[in-house]
Ligand binder design. Structure first.
Ligand SMILES: CC(C)(COP(=O)(O)OP(=O)(O)OC[C@H]1O[C@@H](n2cnc3c(N)ncnc32)[C@H](O)[C@@H]1OP(=O)(O)O)[C@@H](O)C(=O)NCCC(=O)NCCS
Length: 215
């Protein structure tokens, strides 16, 4: 189910244009367990790469991502660009917010991470882990970048940093990813980061970095 949503999102993202108002965003996983209300508003983590700042969005920031993108941009220190979240992605962000509130101890495995291009002070992509470590201690990563900025190595830079960050966590042994076997760009990103193919179907490839046999 979650994978189908991701695939659909990425088909949407493929059609996006800079300035057309589309903002890449990924769904949080569909998970349960009520944990009461969260105190996540103060949790603002940033990862740095040479060209990008990657910001883990808080619950409040994700509300703004959904309802008032300019306010999100201001909140993270950016000028208002006029971008907005595509309407059909709003329920997905709402679900992600709900998961973050229910599982504050797993917030960084559920939230959207906004990739800001430093030289333009603009959000150009989004990454997310699709939930906390599974029973094999693996987290799955997904990502989407504004087509205007493709093929500049930016997704590779961001994914590499997210993988590095995840593998530093004691509860994580591997990062996994799924690509359609037609998605050459995404496959190339994963190859460049160091993922290897762990299994395949007639339509999808399953990738892994870390864990037994690698790293
Ligand atoms: C996948 C995606 C994030 C890559 O973003 P990006 O910033 O362009 O990625 P990078 O520039 O780091 O790397 C892209 C690589 O793919 C290569 N590539 C892109 N299209 C290609 C094609 N049609 N054939 C062969 N190689 C291709 C680029 O040349 C580059 O490789 P190189 O550095 O060896 O030249 C972006 O295409 C995207 O957002 N796609 C839609 C969402 C999506 O598919 N997400 C992943 C789902 S698993």
């Amino acid at each position: 189910m979650a994978r189908r949503i991701v695939d659909r999102l990425f088909r949407i993202l493929d059609k996006g244009q800079r300035g057309g108002g589309r903002v890449p965003v990924l769904p949080a996983p569909v998970l349960g367990t009520d944990f009461g209300s969260s105190s996540l508003e103060a949790t603002m983590m940033r990862l740095e790469t040479p060209r990008l700042t990657i910001i883990a969005l808080t619950v409040q920031q994700m509300r703004w991502q959904r309802d008032d993108f300019g306010r999100l941009e201001r909140a993270v220190g950016l000028a208002v660009s006029g971008q907005r979240l595509e309407d059909e992605l709003r329920p997905i962000v709402s679900r992600a917010i709900s998961h973050m509130r229910r599982r504050p101890y797993h917030v960084h495995w559920h939230c959207q991470w906004a990739a800001v291009l430093k030289e333009e002070s603009r959000i150009i992509g989004s990454l997310a882990f699709k939930g906390p470590p599974d029973r094999d201690n693996a987290v799955e990563i997904g990502y989407g970048f504004d087509p205007f900025y493709h093929n500049r190595g930016l997704a590779t830079e961001a994914v590499a940093e997210m993988v590095r960050w995840a593998l530093e966590d004691d509860s994580v042994e591997a990062v996994i990813a799924e690509t359609a076997n037609t998605n050459v760009a995404s496959m190339r990103v994963l190859q460049k980061v160091g993922f290897v193919i762990s299994s395949a179907t007639d339509r999808f490839l399953y990738w892994k970095i870390g864990g037994e046999g690698s790293f």
